[in-house]
Structure formats: structure tokens, C-alpha cells
Design a protein around this ligand. Structure first.
Ligand SMILES: C[S@@+](CC[C@H](N)C(=O)[O-])C[C@H]1O[C@@H](n2cnc3c(N)ncnc32)[C@H](O)[C@@H]1O
Length: 278
């Protein structure tokens, strides 16, 4: 395992995250849309994972760099770019230490990624630092009351405890918190909610997908199986899906809400965030 910084262990490669990333594509599209990307612009996608937002920006003709601390996901991103004959610069890196000069990008994006930086203030400062004053930073983060948060709460008792001094990632899904993070330096900050729709044939299929794609869970799986806790976890997750879907339905449809925040470092006119369901 590698580290994502702040002493955290990186488990993003331990599960089938690329399958989850496919389902999150509508959120990346909403971020790219809110960024208003045009051909020729320099775009940075921080925590690019398998490259969802980076590739959308590259297809729009932007000159794109995607960074991520998880080498295996960057390799998937690079493979996707190669298959489409798109040129993107892929680099190892975390949000809290961006290896780029000040004001070197027109658009800085982060889709469900900067929220995992152990120090949110440093990460937000870095996103702003490498964006041009007349540019735009656009971030997406699950809200504290989202379905994604509910499943994380269900999984938490089965996982190693988080750093008690750390900031829960979903704080980035609270408009007041992100305004405090980005607004202090005189930037304009506008947030709105949207959601990602998940559909599975059955609740069991949904639970299978969730556990398969969650690297932090897969990293604990053999221990949980050996203690017999794994079955309890599956039952708790199943309850999450049934509750959110309004019953043990087939298919199972749930929506997970996220906050989309548009920051204009130079304090330009307010532009709306997300406003509908993905
Ligand atoms: C939920 S995935 C999102 C990936 C991608 N942006 C997408 O939309 O599919 C979270 C990503 O954040 C990355 N990550 C973890 N810690 C990070 C940090 N401190 N700074 C930047 N990215 C980080 C992980 O490697 C992973 O690729």
C-alpha cells in the first residue's frame, strides 16, 4: 500500500474502483460542464482516478493534466486516453501538494477527490494557488446526508477508526464549510446540489457491487471473514439499500447527493453549481 499523504494508507487500488468510476461519470460531466471548458484551456484534474473528468476535458480540446496518488488508477486513465488517442499528462500527486507553478491552469477540477485530503485547508489553498485569478475551480463532494455517506456510516464499525484529528471528507459537501475554505481569500463561491443515480437488479447485486468496488473494505475483507463479521456487514449494507430505495424492490434505485462548488478565485460573478439529478 502507498500513502495518500498525512500518514493515511491508500486503499483505493484494493477494490474494483474503475467499476464505481463508470457509475460516477455523470458527476464528472456536471463538473466539466460547470467549469465551462473551452478548447486550448489548461485544465488540471486533481484526484483524477481513472480519468473521468480529465478525459471529458481533453475531448473538449483542453490541454489536460490529471494527478492522483493511486498509480493503478492512473494506469487505467492512461489506457483510456491512449485508446481514444487523447493527449493527457498523468502525474502522481495529492491535492495538498500540487506540483505546478502558481496560476498555471485556467480550470482546476476535483471530483470526489480533494475531499479525501487529510488537511482540507491546505488542499483548498493548493487548488486556488495553481488556478489563474480569472479562472475557475470546480469541486464535487458527497453531502453529509447522501446515500454514499449512509453506506460509509454502515461500513464504519467494520473498518479501522479514522484519524480522530482528521476532517470527515463529507465536510466538503457542506456549503458553509466550502465557503469557509475557499471564500476567505476573496474568491466567489457558489454551491448547488445534484445527485448520482445508481440502479441494480436486486439489493444483493447492489451490495455485491458496493463491497467489490470499495477498496478500504476489500483491504479488511479477509480479517472480517475470519472473524465472521463480513456477513453482518453485508446485512447492514443491504438494509441501507432497502431503506434508501423505499423497500426491497427490484430493480433497486438509489440517488446519492453531492455538492458541486464553483469557485472564482478573482471573485468574478457568481455562477450556479449543480441543479438537478444526474
Ligand atoms: C472517489 S475517487 C474519485 C476519482 C475520480 N475523480 C472520479 O471522479 O472517478 C477518489 C480519488 O481520490 C484520490 N485521492 C486520495 N487521496 C487523495 C489526495 N490526498 N489528493 C488527491 N486525490 C486523492 C484517490 O486515489 C482516488 O482516485
Amino acid at each position: 500500500m502507498t500513502s495518500t499523504g498525512g500518514g493515511q494508507t491508500n486503499t483505493w487500488a484494493a477494490g474494483d474502483y474503475p467499476a464505481m468510476a463508470d457509475r460516477l461519470l455523470p458527476a464528472a460531466a456536471a463538473v466539466v460542464d460547470a467549469a465551462g471548458i473551452r478548447a486550448g484551456q489548461r485544465v488540471l484534474d486533481v484526484g483524477t482516478g481513472t480519468g473521468n473528468a480529465a478525459l471529458l476535458a481533453a475531448r473538449a480540446g483542453a490541454r489536460v493534466t490529471g494527478t492522483d496518488p493511486t498509480a493503478r488508477l492512473l494506469a487505467v486513465a492512461a489506457g483510456r486516453a491512449e485508446r481514444e488517442d487523447l493527449t493527457v499528462t498523468w502525474r502522481d500527486g495529492v491535492a495538498e501538494r500540487i506540483d505546478a507553478p502558481d496560476h498555471s491552469f485556467d480550470r482546476v477540477l476535483s471530483v470526489f477527490a480533494s475531499m479525501y485530503a487529510p488537511d482540507p485547508r491546505t488542499a483548498a489553498g493548493e487548488l486556488l494557488r495553481c488556478c489563474r485569478p480569472d479562472g475557475r475551480v470546480v469541486v464535487a463532494a458527497w453531502t453529509p446526508d447522501s446515500f454514499m455517506s449512509a453506506t460509509n456510516r454502515a461500513m464504519a464499525p467494520y473498518l479501522p477508526p479514522p484519524d480522530p484529528a482528521g476532517t470527515p471528507p463529507v465536510r466538503w459537501g457542506d456549503p458553509d464549510f466550502v465557503r469557509g475554505l475557499f471564500g476567505a481569500a476573496g474568491a466567489s463561491v457558489a454551491s448547488g446540489t445534484s445527485s448520482v443515480r445508481f440502479e441494480f437488479r436486486t439489493a444483493d447485486e447492489a451490495v455485491g457491487f458496493w463491497t467489490r468496488t470499495a477498496g478500504h473494505l476489500q483491504a479488511q475483507r479477509s480479517e472480517l471473514e475470519s472473524t465472521g463479521a463480513w456477513d453482518g456487514l453485508l446485512a447492514d449494507l443491504r438494509r441501507c439499500f432497502v431503506d434508501a430505495a423505499g423497500g426491497d424492490t427490484a430493480p433497486v434505485v438509489v440517488h446519492s447527493t453531492y455538492l458541486l462548488t464553483v469557485v472564482e478565485p478573482g471573485g468574478g460573478s457568481e455562477s450556479g453549481g449543480g441543479d438537478g439529478s444526474g
